[in-house]
Design a protein around this ligand. Sequence first.
Ligand code: 3PG
Length: 212
Amino acid sequence: MKTPAQLCALAPVIPVIIVNDVAQAAPLAKALVAGGLPVLEVTLRTPVALEAIAEMKAACPDAVVGAGTLRNAADVKACMDAGCAFGVSPGAPAALMDAVAEAGMPFLPGCATATEAMALADRGFEVVKFFPAGAAGGPNLLKSLASPLPDVKFCPTGGVSLENAPEYLKLPNVCVVGGSWVIPNDALETGDWARIEALARAAVTALRPLQK
Ligand code: 3PG
C-alpha cells in the first residue's frame, strides 16, 4: 500500500470524479490513465461510487483508485472493504480520523486553516487536502502557511484549473493538486473519452515539470 506522499508524487493532478452511471467507470479510468493520470479519486456522492471503483480497478490494473468525500467511520469501512487504495475527505471530524487511524487507511484529510493543518500534522498526516482551495484563500493562503508550517504539504482542491494550477504547484508546500476540470460533464455524458484523455495529457504536460 502506498503512503499519501507516494500517491501524490505519481502525477501532478488527482482527478476528482463523480460517476453517475457505472458504465462510465472503466472507459473513464482508461482515458485518465492513458493521459498520464493514474491516481483517481472517486467521490462517494453517488450510489454507484463503490461499484465504479471496483470496475476501475478491474479495467485498469495500473490505476491507483481511491475514494473521496468520506464523512464517517461507515464510509471508511465500506472503502476498505472495496479495496480502495486511499481515502480523501473535505474535512477531518474526530470520529472520521479515529476510524482512519484504526483502519490504517492512506488518507488525505481536509483542512482550510492553520489550526486545522496543525491538528492534522499532530495526528501524523504528512499531506492534507486544502479545501475549498479557491474560496478559502487560494495560493496566497498556502504561501502564508509555508514558513510557520514547513512540514505540512497540501493538495489544494476546489476551484483549481489548468490556468491556476501552476500558482499552487510552484509553492514549496504544494505537492499535487486535485480537480474535476479534466472530466467536463458534457464529455462524461457523451462518452467523449478522447477529449478527457487529451485534457489529462495537457495537464501532465503543463504541470509535471512544476511538481516537486
Ligand atoms: C470536490 O471535492 O468537489 C473538489 O473540490 C472538486 O472541485 P472542482 O470541481 O472545483 O475541481
